[in-house]
Design a protein around this ligand. Sequence first.
Ligand code: PRP
Length: 178
Amino acid sequence: MGHDLEKVLVTEEQINARLTEMAAEIDADYAGRELLLVGVLKGAVMVMADLSRRLHHDVEMDWMAVSSYGSGTKSSGVVRILKDLDCDVTGRDVLIVEDIVDTGLTLSWLIANLRSRGAHSVEVATMLRKPGEARVPVEVAYVGFDIPGEFVVGYGLDYNQRYRTLPFVGTLAPHVYA
Ligand code: PRP
């Protein structure tokens, strides 16, 4: 799939080094507390697997799948749950694990939703963030990399469900969209 790519924005080495730093921060911040990692399918699969294995913490893992309602635009801010958590978050320290925060609308809804269920704390770890695209302010405790507003694929991120398994983050050549 090399000819589909335009450029690499974040290399595999950069991702791995940053994951190790993020895991150390999370271990320190949650010392002595039980942590529940909540991954948002499907994009977060890679960062969940790689970040969780770097933690020295004994963590629990659960998953949600969400989707924006109807309108056709990716993030309308109105979210529907396709797959809910298996566990009860009441009183738990929750860390949402995401591949990317773009407009912030999905995450903003998700944070409010988990807080309304009685979680003790809700924080966010994301590998990528596009500060230029933010439409709502979302506090993100752990960020891998801030990137420009370009469409990116790899490390969990897809275009029409492809390219998720690339070990780096890159942009696609224009002919792929044509
Ligand atoms: C992506 C990403 C976030 C959301 C971020 O998921 O994983 O959940 O979009 O966008 P926002 O900040 O603008 O709300 P997507 O809907 O592409 O689903 P996927 O993870 O299954 O690819």
